[in-house]
Design a protein around this ligand. Structure first.
Ligand code: NAD
Length: 305
């Protein structure tokens, strides 16, 4: 970390008026980057807007001798955010898709507005910012993206169906961006952070929160977006409170049945142990992994009646 610099690079951090986003923005500016501090400045439920959140962070960065400019657009208007980087710094190198809100409510009481707003900010917003940066990344054969998922998306969490859907969506989004970007040195990774912020202030006790500083998320992100990282892409990381780990998909050994009329519910029931047998796991990394399984099942005889 001590020698990772970002001189002359332009970094866009969305939702940088507080929490994790502010920690990223302050860090990148302290390491020589030109930073776009984007923040809509609304409540954690996505109500209202204000220039204050972004302005305070920009002023703090400038007071410390760094370079930063504010942008107050919603991430749903990603073009304007990336345009702020181009206009002020002439380039965009790194995009940290971090902005987020919550609309927690049990599924029974979920309203369309709760679902739509969460998906608009997290899914559409991350798409719009990445889509606007993409042509610049491709042209300069350099781009780094961090998307932000959540343990709620990876594992599910009561009262967060909207947020969980949007956050796991960030995983698939990242995995495909990584595949499409690899030819152009565009690296995309996704993190599921845990940190003290206004988002977690009411759901975790203070003595736990004091160990979960947003600053403890920054080092992993810095390593992943630095130009020295040319291989780690499409990764899913859990990070917080000093813990950093990588997640991957695991497929059980699985039942193999010939795909013909012998493939009945009874045939699957008889092979059920194989379905959940993780003693011989595979770690699939692409859709093509399925083809080798199909080849195996086609070679089988019919399932016994
Ligand atoms: P936070 O509320 O402190 O920061 C989010 C920021 O995003 C706020 O400053 C807010 O004004 C801004 N924002 C919200 N909607 C916006 C929009 N439409 N356009 C631009 N800016 C917008 O919360 P945080 O904890 O720092 O969260 C940062 C990210 O990390 C979020 O995506 C969140 O879902 C994710 N996350 C956080 C945790 C955690 O433990 N804090 C856990 C899992 C995921």
């Amino acid at each position: 970390m001590s020698n990772l610099r970002f001189d002359n690079q332009a970094v866009v951090v969305t939702g940088a008026g507080g929490g994790l986003g502010k920690a990223y923005a302050v860090f990148f500016a302290s390491r020589g980057a030109n930073v776009v501090v984007n923040d809509l400045g609304g409540s954690h439920k996505g109500e209202g807007h204000s220039a204050k959140a972004a302005d305070v962070v920009v002023n703090e960065i400038k007071a410390a001798g760094g370079k930063a400019v504010a942008n107050y657009d919603s991430v749903e208007n990603g073009d304007a955010i990336i345009e702020t980087a181009i206009k002020n710094f002439g380039r965009i190198d790194i995009l940290i898709n971090n902005a987020g809100i919550l609309r927690d409510v049990s599924f029974k009481n979920m309203k369309d507005a709760d679902w739509d707003l969460i998906n608009s900010v997290h899914t559409y917003g991350a798409y719009k910012c990445a889509r606007a940066a993409w042509p610049y990344f491709r042209k300069q054969k350099f781009g780094r993206i961090i998307n932000t998922a959540s343990a709620a998306g990876l594992f599910g969490n009561f009262g967060q169906t909207n947020y969980s859907a949007a956050k796991l969506g960030q995983v698939g989004f990242t995995e495909t961006l990584a595949k499409e970007g690899v030819k152009y040195n565009i690296i995309a990774n996704v993190i599921a952070p845990i940190a003290a912020s206004r988002m977690t202030a009411t759901v975790m006790p203070p003595d736990i929160l004091e160990h979960l500083k947003p600053e403890w998320i920054v080092p992993l992100v810095a390593v992943l977006v630095h130009s020295s990282n040319t291989t780690e892409t499409g990764g899913i990381y859990e990070v917080g409170g000093g813990h950093v780990s990588k997640l991957r998909w695991e497929r059980s050994k699985g039942a193999l049945l010939k795909p013909d009329a012998s493939l009945t519910p009874g045939a699957i029931a008889r092979k059920w142990e194989d379905v959940y047998d993780f003693s011989q796991p595979e770690y699939p990394t692409g859709t093509a992994n399925f083809m080798s399984l199909l080849e195996h099942s086609l070679k089988l005889g019919p399932a016994p009646a």
